[in-house]
Write a protein that binds this ligand. Structure first.
Ligand code: NDP
Length: 295
């Protein structure tokens, strides 16, 4: 398959690396040096513009911060839309919003271009290992066509339903992730203040009913170890929660718990550095309580 990949960010890079090993790949990135660096270490060529990347591709993959970024990337004589050919499939792996995805799909359908929203979950390590979960919204035929490519970086690839349902699934998933992070920050800090060693608290939690992916993986690897890598920016998680809350409003649901989590996450984002990682709200909880969970 001839594949174009646009957006070599924290997760786009390892996803594209796995595509490069299996398909003929051309890459484009807004900051050209990053695309050049990618092509220096992977079997891929570099496109000078989005239009050039898309020309002649069977499938185009995009992985940008937001759906609106993709919408803007389509524009102009050197934009993505100018290069998309009839019959091409555009797979958007951005954690996007369904309303914009549907608008993009309508616009591209006029030109005979297929579109599917295909956000991923599993983090940068999952991308490198090829174990991402991919949540696809769109025509079942587009899903079937995308499968061999999505298998490059995904081990669980699910057709969620019509256009925008991949985006919806991802936004709700990440809002539940945010709830978990905030709740664990509050709970573990309380246990530390009550005199329980953080490591004992986490180990006990992880054989009890309050455990989660955050408590089982992220807290031991990043918080107890005292390593706080930046692999997924808090601003992106905040964006995902915003998409979920917009969806609740569209559906006429109040979602009081999720809304409150959204407010707390947003407030944390304002207090933290601009490129803070998504686990940084736990650091804030530590600071507020005057305890350290490292140990
Ligand atoms: P990054 O911020 O690391 O990278 C964003 C990428 O998009 C970069 O290649 C950047 O280019 C490019 N970009 C940013 N703005 C524009 C624009 N306006 N036009 C064109 N290109 C642009 O983000 P991630 O890779 O972490 O995330 C990408 C998507 O994947 C997001 O929707 C995120 O929510 C989702 N995601 C991320 C995960 C993670 O663990 N990181 C996990 C699951 C989903 P440049 O190099 O020039 O900045």
């Amino acid at each position: 398959m001839r594949v174009a990949f646009l957006g070599l960010g924290a997760i786009g890079w390892p996803m594209a690396a796995r595509v490069a090993d299996r398909h003929q790949l051309i890459v484009w990135n807004r900051t050209p040096a990053r695309a050049a660096e990618f092509a220096a270490s992977h079997p891929a060529t570099v496109a000078g513009t989005p239009r050039e990347a898309a020309a002649g591709a069977d499938v185009v993959i995009t992985c940008l911060p937001t759906s609106k970024d993709l919408e803007r990337l389509l524009e102009g004589p050197e934009g993505l839309e100018a290069g998309l050919e009839r019959g091409t499939l555009l797979l958007d792996c951005t954690s996007g919003d369904g309303a914009t995805s549907r608008r993009i799909a309508e616009r591209l359908a006029v030109r005979g271009v297929q579109f599917a929203d295909a956000p991923v979950s599993g983090g940068t390590n999952g991308a490198a290992a090829g174990t991402l979960t991919v949540m696809v919204g769109g025509d079942p035929a587009a899903f079937a066509r995308a499968m061999p490519l999505l298998e490059s970086f995904g081990s669980r690839i699910v057709h969620m339903g019509p256009l925008g349902t991949g985006d919806a699934m991802k936004a709700v998933n990440n809002t539940l992730l945010a709830v978990n992070i905030l709740a664990l920050g509050e709970g573990l800090v309380a246990l530390a203040k009550a005199g329980v060693s953080p490591r004992t608290a986490v180990e006990t939690l992880n054989t009890s009913s309050g455990r989660s992916f955050v408590s089982e993986s992220l807290i031991p690897e990043r918080v107890l170890s005292g390593r706080w890598p930046v692999t997924f920016r808090l601003a992106l998680l905040d964006k995902d929660v915003g998409i979920c809350l917009d969806l609740l409003r569209e559906l006429g649901l109040s979602g009081p718990l999720l809304n409150r989590a959204g407010e707390l996450l947003h407030e944390a984002g304002k207090l933290l550095e601009e490129d803070a990682d998504y686990l940084a709200p736990i650091r804030l909880a530590e600071e507020r309580a005057g305890v350290e969970l490292r140990g």
